[in-house]
Design a protein around this ligand. Structure first.
Ligand code: UT7
Length: 338
């Protein structure tokens, strides 16, 4: 018998607090025009002080379970992708597991930043295809706002990121009709650590010539805030996303024109437009959410999935292509029928 993985349910959650570009103007030396023209972002959600990454994940999970018509006890494994965990260790998956009251099941935390969800989805697919598990919860959740430099020094990075969570329950299925039955066709995962320091958060860490993971010197130098060489990331992102999408289509035996909806990572509207231009994809086939959420890293794709379903842009039976690129560098793509 050959098993495949289908999307059984999708959920998402964003915090209530909306910060428009005009709110950001009051914190940093930036303008609404700069942010909109360079990125497409109009507003983002930032948590209140009592909310953690696993809190956001819990809300997204509840919605995904409801959408799947499953009970939490059906979940046999949690894969949690985040770069902004509740605490350094253990991973946020364990905190989410405790909040769900699901003791004993397997929990795996992964990083992979903006590519985190697609990596996690591929891992879930492997466990399902081998027959190990029937229902796996994959969550991407981020609380960026508590780690951003909100002073004028942080404007190059801090205007870009928002908080949110997305969750998908992947379920074992048998595919009778490739053209209609929901399943993951192909995933491709990549990384190139040569560029690790082009987009990174240096501290806390053991990679300093110091005996403490965090020191006053690191804080004084802002090493506990994310740092990015935006132009380098931009150039690599467009090239790699286009490349991996073509590879995935080829492996899946589909043409780009067969894809009904493109759910890309949301780092910059201009990146997605450039990928569309390179590949000749009509812009109306791309579902973007960056305008209202900013870049929510690992949460972006599942949150986009949830919003696309709610907007009627993603319907059962549609063929979807996702691609992401981010810190690591890591990048990935996946072709799946919803
Ligand atoms: O998901 C993770 C992956 N991340 C990405 O994919 C991000 C990829 N990169 C980008 O999206 C773009 O590079 C950015 C949106 C980050 C920046 O856009 P850019 O067109 O590359 O701008 P830049 O960094 O070259 O900066 C242009 C100017 C600079 O001023 P000067 O040197 O020309 O006087 C910056 O200092 O814009 C200035 N600047 C700002 N001005 C107003 C930088 N940040 C801001 C800001 N507001 N927030």
């Amino acid at each position: 018998m050959s098993f495949k993985s289908r999307i059984a349910g999708v959920g998402g959650y964003v915090p209530e607090n909306v910060f428009t570009n005009y709110d950001i103007e009051k914190m940093m030396d930036t303008t609404n025009d700069w942010i909109v023209q360079r990125t497409g972002i109009e507003e983002r959600r930032w948590v209140s002080e009592d909310q953690s990454t696993s809190d956001l994940a819990l809300k997204a999970t509840e919605e995904a379970l409801n959408d799947a018509g499953l009970d939490k006890s059906d979940i046999e494994m949690i894969i949690f992708a985040t770069l902004s965990p509740d605490h350094d260790f253990p991973g946020s998956g364990c905190f989410l597991q405790a909040k769900l009251d699901l003791p004993g099941i397997a929990v795996l935390d992964i990083r992979q930043q903006c590519s985190g969800f697609l990596y996690a989805m591929s891992i879930a697919d492997q466990y399902i295809k081998t027959g190990t598990y029937k229902n796996i919860l994959v969550v991407g959740a981020e609380v960026h706002s508590k780690g951003l430099d909100r002073t004028p020094n942080g404007r190059a990075v801090s205007v870009l990121f928002g908080d949110g969570a997305g969750a998908v329950v992947f379920q074992r299925t048998e595919v009778n009709n490739e053209k209609t039955d929901g399943h993951i066709l192909v995933s491709n995962l990549h990384a190139d650590g040569e560029y690790a320091k082009e987009l990174w958060l240096p501290a806390p860490g053991t990679g300093f010539n110091e005996m403490e993971r965090i020191s006053q010197k690191m804080i004084d130098e802002g090493a506990h805030y994310p740092q990015m060489n935006g132009k380098t990331v931009f150039v690599h992102a467009t090239k790699r996303m286009a490349e991996t999408l073509l590879n995935s289509c080829k492996q899946a035996g589909v043409e780009l024109s067969d894809i009904d909806l493109f759910l890309f990572h949301q780092a910059n509207l201009r990146i997605n437009s450039k990928v569309a231009e390179i590949l000749g994809i009509p812009e109306e086939k791309i579902f973007n959410t960056i305008q209202k959420y900013g870049n929510t890293t690992a949460a972006t794709i599942p949150l986009g999935m949830r919003d696309a379903i709610q907007a009627g842009a993603l319907k059962r039976g549609m063929l979807v292509a996702s691609a992401a690129f981010g810190s690591g560098f890591t990048w990935a793509s996946s072709i799946y029928r919803y």
